[in-house]
Design a protein around this ligand. Structure first.
Ligand SMILES: [Zn+2]
Length: 201
């Protein structure tokens, strides 16, 4: 049986999303059809607006500011010589919610399973090095905190990042000793994240 073309196209598009397979996409399609045009229009509109979101050219977090930088990078009251490297945007958001950190960030992306940094991740590290050179008179960060998640791949990536950045900072520390192994920064509560930040080493 051939499905009508719009349904098939919807399924194809949604199946490309992480953790959504063709079966879930099919179920979602029928569910939306049942819910009717107003739900579908709202969803289409909000998805289209996501297309307007930009990625900060310095820390690679998302923003909708004018210009290339996000509001964390342009915030004058935040410490400009401390950098926390996180894997995902949602990790950054969890740390921001804890209010325990007032420096800048770099979103490096999830740890590759190959154990080798992807070219675009190497490029992000180069952007951080350049930011340090261009914005800090000493050309060295006061501290770089590596906030990768506690897992084998992430630990390997953390070690790699440390090697890359060691000569660009006075001090390099690791976050996550307070976060249980296999846990995720994204899902840690605010208190755990504050402790992990205070006990960084
Ligand atoms: Zn930024």
């Amino acid at each position: 049986m051939n499905l009508p073309k719009p349904i098939q196209e919807f399924i194809d598009a949604f199946s490309e999303l992480p953790s959504v397979g063709p079966r879930q996409a099919t179920r979602l399609a029928f569910r939306l059809i049942r819910q009717g045009p107003s739900t579908i229009n709202r969803l289409a509109k909000s998805a289209a607006l996501l297309g307007k979101i930009k990625v900060c050219s310095r820390c690679f977090f998302i923003h909708d500011q004018e210009g290339p930088l996000c509001d964390i990078c342009t915030h004058t009251k935040r410490e400009h010589d401390i950098f926390l490297i996180v894997e995902k945007e949602t990790d950054l958001m969890s740390i921001e919610r804890s209010s325990a950190y007032q420096g800048r960030y770099l979103v490096i992306g999830e740890a590759p399973k190959s154990g080798v940094l992807e070219p675009w991740q190497v490029m992000r590290l180069s952007v951080l090095k350049k930011t340090i050179q261009d914005t800090l008179p000493s050309q060295k960060a006061r501290e770089i905190i590596i906030g990768t998640n506690p897992s084998t791949y992430s630990d390997a990536m953390g070690t790699r990042i440390k090697q890359e950045l060691q000569s660009h900072t006075e001090k390099i520390t690791f976050l996550g000793r307070g976060i249980p192994t296999g846990g995720e920064i994204e899902f840690s509560d605010e208190e755990t994240l504050s402790h992990a930040l205070h006990r960084r080493q």
